[in-house]
Design a protein around this ligand. Structure first.
Ligand SMILES: [Zn+2]
Length: 90
C-alpha cells in the first residue's frame, strides 16, 4: 500500500510542442492537498508548492502564469494512439 492516493510524473510540452517541462504531483492518502513540483515548459521556472487537489488539476507557473494541466491518463493514451496512427498512415 502506498502513502499516496495519487502520484504522477509527467513531461510537459510548451506551445512549440517541445518537452521542456515536467511536473510531479503527490497527494497523500489522508489529505486533499497536492504536493506539486514542476519545471515550467515555457519559461523554465521551477518550484515546489502545495495546492488543493481537485479535478481538473491545473497548476499555474509562479513566474510567467502559464497554466499546466494534467490530463487524465486515459485521455492521454487515447491521444497518443491517435497521433501514432496519424504518423503511421498518411
Ligand atoms: Zn513559466
Amino acid at each position: 500500500m502506498g502513502l499516496y492516493k495519487y502520484v504522477t510524473n509527467r513531461t510537459l510540452k510548451n506551445k512549440a510542442g517541445e518537452e521542456k517541462g515536467k511536473i510531479k504531483v503527490l497527494v497523500p492518502n489522508n489529505s486533499d492537498t497536492a504536493q506539486v513540483e514542476y519545471v515550467c515548459p515555457e519559461c523554465g521556472f521551477s518550484e515546489h508548492k502545495e495546492q488543493e487537489w481537485k479535478r481538473p488539476f491545473v497548476v499555474k507557473c509562479g513566474k510567467c502564469g502559464v497554466s499546466m494541466k494534467i490530463p487524465k491518463l486515459k485521455d492521454e493514451i487515447k491521444r497518443e494512439k491517435k497521433a501514432a496512427k496519424k504518423a503511421a498512415g498518411a
